[in-house]
Design a protein around this ligand. Structure first.
Ligand SMILES: Cc1cc2nc3c(=O)[nH]c(=O)nc-3n(C[C@H](O)[C@H](O)[C@H](O)COP(=O)(O)OP(=O)(O)OC[C@H]3O[C@@H](n4cnc5c(N)ncnc54)[C@H](O)[C@@H]3O)c2cc1C
Length: 816
């Protein structure tokens, strides 16, 4: 064993790339100095050393943008603190558009950037050329300029972060390989290394493309797979100077930056080349893969078009380095749901340099506080389940995810690779009926149904897409007759035991200790009073509760609930998602249809709203929960999986007389938005309280024993002014389509952001839920007196905000 090798530490970090060093830096900044970082080779020798070092701030989620904004600030200040340069240069960046659709993307981006406080300007091709003189512009439609973007030297930055951590007491030890993770009673207790063991309260897996393997040492899924990522460095090129901005040409899949008077040119080709199928060699240190000009060809051709001088310049070096990519192109952060006190920061999808500052701080705060301090759902490790760790699936998926960086971010864009993955028992039947499937949490879900002669394939566009009329048919059926929705992907958690009621009641903000047979809509709040989830609790018996939650949330919600169950409580939680299909029968004819298949009394008196009963449906016995997400009469039928096909067929058989129609998720989304129903991860986030969400009716402030987040919720209620609020908005002009992410203005000034949107066919216009923010308060007077607009790709449309749902079931019908 090496001399002075530590035997214990509060935190052990595995991996000395930029992420591990940033976590060490930020932990020590938060006052946790008993930190040991172990690196099997030398610092930055994994993937970090050969990164191009681009730091672009814009991301599709506001909090992700704010993480990178913080990175830029840190990188500009770090040298002053540590004395080690970071190579940070605030050179700005230009992104160009070759097509009108891409220009729409850039204009939409510009609007949301402004809302997030990121400086951005929409500029002409000529102005772009003035900033970046070596490019050809004949084929360009326009560009944007982000003066706050920049570039850094990845190795210098890593060393500077490491120095900052060391200065505050962290020990950083190179040439030590972690070979095992010690665990006792479901809690991590330390690491085994080739130099000895270290006991630790907390272990952080920042092992880059080795992180999946490190996770497997202790049963933790870290779903990532390596792919080759390439760039070239040229000799000097005339007109290329040290202050040249970074340049991105996403339609050509390429980026550029200046280096020693020449250009670095790399990119994200649409079909990537996975690597490391037999595992990542331990000694892959300061190493590269062979040049692959065939794979690079698509990028090179495009670069020659943008920078004609490349045809006559020398290529000094070809860098082909492997980087880890994840199934959705977002990184993986947080405490593993499988193992207490084991944290992960990995899978950076070629954004690790840009993200390191913010991601390192976010993970350090999560460790120190025991919970995230902001909404990190897009990168939360709990958005994946263990089936996502399947190596063949990952291999096939990362072929597509690398290219997503520059692929057109169409609204409602679906990933195409490695599908179908998870299928409901009705999949084949829905496919035969013309379903066009999307995917969520791996489930194939019908988005819309094509009619005879229509292709069930979505044609992406920013305006109305080819399913506009299909969704209109489905909405009309649900509002006026009946629709059947396959919601099998809903996550289902069974919580049972003697103490289930009392333990759950502290976790749920509503009172769930109700009579058997009641179903309760409730939020699960964190200590800040923000939403960790919203779900329905069905009380099946005195000590048995079935929780129905969002398709994407089974791992997250199960983890949240388990963490908050008292250690000595007699209660268990089981994910029973695969045990039940869910068929939602919704619409004014729902009762008549169902009554023909059951002996149960479905009258209002016997089966009121928000109750659940076990009933017979045809030959099946299933739970029927009288609740819908669309604002119509209806039941969610929770059917044992093997009976789902029978129930579906029986419903259609009798539904023929009642114009029952198969409906998909696009219709469901539009129907719930017309009714103003909120969705978790969009309107309801860990940063939003029930008062801001307009859902205080679902709180039980006075129930005995209280609930998690109660104090924060009361404080939120007592605030003299509410500065944020979720409100419904409709666009006055019936033509435009909203998709979400658009800027909302009040009296000409940015006032908020559209969180979810759809075309509401019942209302005959686009309908959205927005987060409105205003320092002086968002109250009724403000909302009623303000002149609201929504900005679509640079054009502003007058809009109306609603404090009560715009859809009034009594009056409205889908417009003919
Ligand atoms: C060609 C290329 C260009 C890129 N350009 C950019 C860019 O312009 N901008 C940007 O933001 N990002 C870019 N990236 C991405 C960026 O390099 C990565 O996202 C980032 O370096 C990941 O850092 P990391 O710390 O997670 O991984 P790594 O740097 O790989 O660090 C992980 C470390 O863990 C160590 N380790 C693994 N297992 C063990 C073990 N068992 N015991 C001890 N140590 C272990 C490894 O040796 C390694 O050093 C680029 C990547 C490539 C390949």
């Amino acid at each position: 064993m090496a001399q002075n090798f530590p035997t214990q530490a509060q935190v052990v970090i595995v991996g000395g790339g930029i992420i591990g060093c940033s976590v060490a830096y930020h932990l020590t900044r938060l006052g946790w100095t008993d930190v040991v970082l172990l690196e099997q080779g030398q610092l930055s020798g994994g993937t970090t050393w050969h990164a191009a070092g681009l730091v672009g701030q814009l991301r599709s989620h506001a909090n992700m943008t704010s993480l990178i904004k913080y990175s830029t600030q840190l990188y500009s200040e770090l040298e002053a603190e540590t004395g080690l340069a970071t190579g940070w240069k605030n050179c700005g960046s230009v992104s160009v558009a070759r097509t009108a659709d891409r220009m729409t993307v850039l204009k939409r981006t510009a609007a949301s950037a402004r809302a997030q406080g990121v400086a951005i300007e929409v500029i002409s091709p000529k102005e772009a050329q003035d900033l970046w003189p070596v490019m050809a512009i004949e084929d360009l439609a326009g560009a944007v300029w982000l003066p706050g973007d920049g570039k850094a030297n990845p190795t210098d930055l890593t060393q500077s972060l490491a120095k900052g951590a060391r200065n505050r007491g962290a020990r950083i030890i190179e040439r030590v390989r972690v070979t095992g993770i010690s665990v006792a009673d479901g809690v991590v207790t330390g690491v085994e290394t080739d130099q000895g063991t270290i006991s630790a309260e907390i272990v952080v897996n920042c092992a880059g493309q080795w992180a999946r393997k490190v996770g497997q040492m202790c049963g933790v899924s870290v779903p990532l797979h390596s792919a080759e990522h390439m760039y070239i460095v040229t000799d000097r090129i005339e007109g290329v100077h040290p202050d040249l901005p970074v340049m991105r040409d996403p339609d050509g899949y390429i980026y550029f930056k200046e280096e020693v008077g020449g250009l670095v040119m790399g990119g994200f080709e649409p079909e990537a080349k996975p690597w490391g199928m037999a595992g990542i060699p331990d000694d892959f240190e300061f190493a590269l893969l062979p040049d692959d000009w065939d794979q690079f060809e698509i990028l090179m051709q495009s670069a020659l078009q943008r920078v004609p001088q490349l045809a006559t310049s020398q290529v000094k070096k070809f860098y082909n380095g492997p980087e880890s990519f994840t199934p959705d192109n977002n990184f993986i952060l947080g405490e593993a749901p499988e193992l207490k006190n084991f944290y992960v920061g990995a899978g950076f999808n070629s954004m690790g340099i840009a993200s390191a500052g913010g991601a390192g701080r976010a993970l350090a705060e999560w460790i120190v506080n025991g919970a995230p301090t902001m909404d990190l759902w897009p990168v939360d490790i709990r958005r994946f389940a263990n089936f996502n760790n399947n190596p063949r699936w990952l291999h096939d998926r990362v072929k597509e995810t690398l290219g997503l960086h520059y692929a057109m971010p169409w609204p409602n864009r679906e990933l195409d690779t490695a599908r179908p993955f998870r299928r409901s028992p009705l999949y084949d039947r829905l496919a035969a009926k013309g379903a066009c499937f999307g995917s969520k949490m791996g489930w194939e879900r019908a988005n819309w149904f094509a009619s005879e002669g229509e292709e069930p394939v979505t044609a992406y566009a920013f305006g109305r897409q080819n399913w506009h009329e299909a969704v209109k048919r489905e909405m009309k059926a649900t509002r006026e007759a009946a629709g059947i929705f396959d919601q099998t992907s809903f996550a289902k958690l069974l919580v049972q035991g003697r103490d289930a009621a009392s333990a759950l009641n502290r976790i749920c903000a509503a009172d769930i200790d109700v009579a058997v047979g009641r179903s309760i809509y409730t939020g699960l709040l964190n200590a800040r009073g923000g939403y960790e989830s919203d779900l329905t609790v069905l009380r099946l018996s005195a000590d048995r509760f079935l929780l129905i939650t969002g398709s994407a949330q089974p791992v997250h919600d199960a983890d949240w609930i388990r963490k908050n169950l008292p250690a000595d409580a007699h209660v268990t939680l089981t994910d029973v998602t695969s045990a039940y299909a869910v068929l939602a029968l919704m619409g004014p004819h729902a009762r008549e249809i169902l009554s023909r298949l059951t002996s149960a009394d479905l009258s209002n008196a016997a089966f009121p709203f928000a109750t659940v009963r076990e009933i017979d449906i045809g030959y099946a016995t299933a739970y029927a929960n009288r609740m819908t997400y669309v604002g119509e009469l209806g039941w969610e039928l929770i059917v044992p999986t093997e009976f789902a096909v029978g129930v579906y067929e029986a419903l259609h058989e009798v539904g023929r007389d009642f114009e029952l129609r198969d409906c998909g998720y696009y219709a469901l989304e539009a129907l719930r938005l017309e009714k103003g129903y909120r969705a978790w991860s969009r309107e309801l986030t860990p940063d939003i309280t029930p008062y801001e969400a307009g859902l205080s009716f679902a709180l039980s402030l006075d129930k005995s024993g209280g609930f998690i987040g109660r104090d924060a919720v009361i404080a939120a209620r007592e605030k003299s002014v509410q500065t944020r609020r979720i409100v419904q908005l409709t666009v006055d002009d019936p033509s435009p389509m909203l998709w979400g992410g658009e800027l909302v203005l009040c009296d000409g000034k940015p006032a908020g952001e559209v969180r979810s949107a759809a075309y509401g066919h019942t209302l005959g216009r686009s309908v959205a839920l927005c987060l409105i923010e205003q320092g002086s308060g968002v109250d009724r007077a403000f909302l009623e007196s303000g002149r609201f607009e929504v900005e679509l790709a640079g054009v502003r449309f007058p809009a109306t905000v609603h404090l009560s749902p715009a859809y009034d079931p009594k009056g409205l019908r889908v417009k003919a």
